[in-house]
Design a protein around this ligand. Structure first.
Ligand SMILES: Nc1ncnc2c1ncn2[C@@H]1O[C@H](COP(=O)(O)OP(=O)(O)OP(=O)(O)O)[C@@H](O)[C@H]1O
Length: 363
């Protein structure tokens, strides 16, 4: 029986700069046709990880395999051109003195007719066949980006490594090019690792997201899981603003103005933070000072008064000052909802949307 290999595997990658570990024991694996986004704040080690996968940076420790073949390890270090990886970076730099066709054909081997056919196929695919004889300076930024994509994919790399590939494009172009790129990468069945610091971009592009912080992957999984089951407060807060309610644990429970929350695994007397995203708070009207009845799903409602409400386009953001202790909480409501400042409303926290974490000690 032949072993089934992941298209790309990395185990225990480790790299220091100036004595500091900027990539610290990073492991990941990607299958053919899968897109993994390395997501995290600036300086967390995303690019260094990608550069090690590409072979332009050498890990101090760790192993990298492409289709089960070791390309980096204690005894091997295959140069970038021997790894079957395609590279695409923010400054994708086409060759200015070469035509579009020659740019795309640059990494191709083989006969002239075969090369020409592959160039045509890719330029058709990115809707640039009419520019086959143009030069890069005759193209818009978005068109140049598509040529760069065609060039990187032309030799049919097993793995595509992309570092913030869309950040140089203006917002209007970006969504279209992202979607087109995604479709093409899927069609080609390439395994992709893409670096980004934008959660929306990762959610849009990735089959899986690896969230990095301080050189480590802190959580890895489908976008839905990272958004809805964050490992800690910082992981939750990376994707959206969050509301925080503080409490103390007694007998596996925390009592708050919103009722009881389960806090299993937290020691008696320990402080916890209950996290909920603004879009997951439920609102209800004030009926002469009466809120809705408590339920097991929503807990106890708590009253607050509107501080400010803003319309954001698809949704409205309403900020409250809560009666119980003056805490400020934000709620996002679909559509237009702009109650006046001072309006009393009731807020509820759906238990399946709340996350209980140990309180962070402020030092
Ligand atoms: N060649 C180098 N020499 C010294 N320090 C480096 C080098 N390359 C990266 N670093 C440092 O390593 C850390 C991680 O950098 P890296 O570029 O991998 O982060 P990143 O998450 O991709 O951030 P960004 O999104 O800002 O590029 C940073 O503090 C950076 O200054």
């Amino acid at each position: 029986m032949t072993a089934v290999h992941q298209r790309l595997e990395a185990e225990g990658l480790y790299r220091r700069f100036a004595g500091r570990a900027v990539v610290n024991d990073v492991s990941l694996s990607i299958d053919a046709g899968e897109i993994l986004c390395l997501l995290g704040p600036s300086g967390c080690g995303k690019s260094t990880t990608l550069r090690m996968l590409a072979g332009v940076e050498t890990p101090e420790r760790g192993v990298i395999r492409v289709d089960g073949v070791e390309v980096e390890g204690p005894l091997v270090s295959v140069p970038p051109e021997g790894r079957s990886v395609g590279l695409m970076f923010q400054d994708f730099a086409l060759f200015p003195h070469l035509s579009v066709a020659d740019n795309v054909a640059f990494g191709l081997r083989g006969g002239k007719a075969g090369k020409r056919a592959r160039v045509r196929e890719l330029l058709d695919r990115v809707h640039l066949a009419q520019h086959i004889d143009s030069y890069p300076h005759e193209l818009s930024g978005g068109e140049q980006q598509r040529v760069a994509l065609a060039r990187a994919l032309a030799p049919r790399p097993l793995v595509m490594l992309m570092d913030e590939p869309f950040s140089g494009l203006d917002n209007r172009l970006r969504d279209g090019i992202r979607d087109e790129t995604l479709a093409l990468l899927k069609e080609e069945g390439t395994a992709v690792v893409m670096v980004t610091h934008e959660p929306e971009e990762a959610m849009r592009m990735a089959d899986r997201i690896a969230l990095m912080r301080d050189g480590r992957i802190v959580q890895q999984g489908a976008p839905y899981n990272l958004y809805n089951a964050p490992v800690d407060k910082a992981a939750a807060a990376f994707f959206s603003d969050v509301n925080v309610i503080r409490g103390t644990v007694t007998g596996g429970l925390t009592r708050t103005a919103f009722g009881e929350f389960l806090a299993p695994g937290h020691a008696d007397g320990s402080k916890v933070e209950i996290i909920i995203r603004p879009q997951h708070l439920k609102l209800d009207f004030d009926r002469n000072g009466q809120g809705p009845a408590p339920t097991p799903v929503n807990g106890v409602p708590a009253r607050g008064s509107v501080v400010r409400a803003r319309y954001l386009g698809r949704e409205s953001l309403v900020e409250f000052e809560m009666e119980f202790d003056g805490t400020h909480l934000s709620a996002v409501v679909p559509g237009v909802f702009l109650p006046n400042a001072g309006t009393p409303l009731w807020l509820m926290m759906r238990r399946d949307r709340c996350h209980v974490f140990p309180a962070q000690v402020v030092t």
